[in-house]
Design a binder for this molecule. Sequence first.
Ligand code: TRP
Ligand code: ZN
Length: 471
Amino acid sequence: MTPSRRRPALLRREAVVATVPVAVAALLTAAGPATAAGSAGAPGVGDPYFPLAGNGGYHVSHYGLTLGYDPSSGHLTGKAVLTARATQRLSRFDLDLKGLKITGLTVDHRTAAHRRDGQELVVTPARPLRKGQTFRVTVTYQGKPGPVTDPDDSLDGWIPTDDGAFVAGEPQGAMTWFPANNHPLDKSAYDITITVPKGRTAVANGVLLGQSTRNGKTTFRWRQKEPMAAYLATATVGTFQVKQYTTRDGIKVYDAVDPREANAAAPVLKKLPSVLEWESGLFGPYPYRAAGSIVDHAPNVGYALETQTRPVYDSAPSLSTLVHESAHQWFGDSVSLTSWKDIWLNEGFATYAEWLYSEQHGGDSAQKNFDTLYATPATDSLWAFPPGNPGSGANIFGTPVYARGAMTLQALRVAIGDRAFFRVLRAWAQQHRYGHGTTAQLERLAERESGQNLGPLFQKWLYRPGKPSTP
Ligand code: TRP
Ligand code: ZN
């Protein structure tokens, strides 16, 4: 129930597809200030917590990633083919890539000039791209990838393990293993092909198209058709026990489990279809055609991530963690953030799903969870900052985001009643499916569904510092 399993670092210190790109294009266009002189794409999309995350001036519709990984040396070879569309005239543009060595870079098959500047990979095509032009960027690269250290000292990105790599990119780590427009504002389809030594398994997002073994190596081909933010991509490698089946609803499930975690994981993973069915009943249809779990043995990681269609766990998850990561498929993955400041829209909703699961399966009610948390003294870390305004990237996975974020939803439920509240949850998932949502949009939706002015409630629970003086 507490985020501690997912977030040890902090606690130690204490309709569809076609509607999306329009809105995204508008946001991305706004982010890239094109001067007449240069018409260079901006080095970031303007996220206050991660100023260099993502890039201005284009939208990536598809990533084709072809990777090879050798766990014994830690060496990665990569080829990334990005299909993108310019949202402004572009004399040059940036990608995000940290570390690794670039061995070739073309734009529309012509060699393009490029230079590295920290995490920015600055690309100057042979000729400028017109506004609205579709273009293809091909980057070949190699090296020994490693994780990034986040502002809160946790690791994300490509995290080597004793038998492969745990790959989880929230919030920053996608750029440690492929060149990306690395911000949730830009969502894209992915094809991910990974070759690993025979006997190892490489698991990415979406549907497994096929696998083949040749010369002691096995290649896995994965396809993620529905739009995905870069941070939700994975290519986790290990020695895994694999299980595949199709649910009653026709969802293709692929589970990959480290044998050291298999006994503990089995009873929980078995519940995935019933959890997804239960969540579909509350939130509307599951957004993807594929599902599953990746259960790694990665004691140095300390958290799980809702990698799209197939969450990745650093060890066998509890049932509530499975419920949490599954709820993110609706809230966080299908409905994405426009800014990391809004992270409570991900973590508050996923935590609230845990409370609802408990309430409807013979455990504590959501109100009981709320009451227990409200009883903590004002000096508790729960009240350290308001969840709608964490203040910096160092706080985005802090206790208030999870717990007070979920309390906000319970306060909303009490204020507007069950009928309106559950309509809001469904409508939120449906109206922003495969797209984006902001806190202001959620507030407007709840006001429409309830006919109430909810400004004071959102203010009190999301934005006002300190423990609210009344529950
Ligand atoms: N979003 C994850 C969850 O709550 C937590 C998480 C993702 C995380 N990336 C992280 C925690 C990086 C710490 C560090 O399910
Ligand atoms: Zn979460």
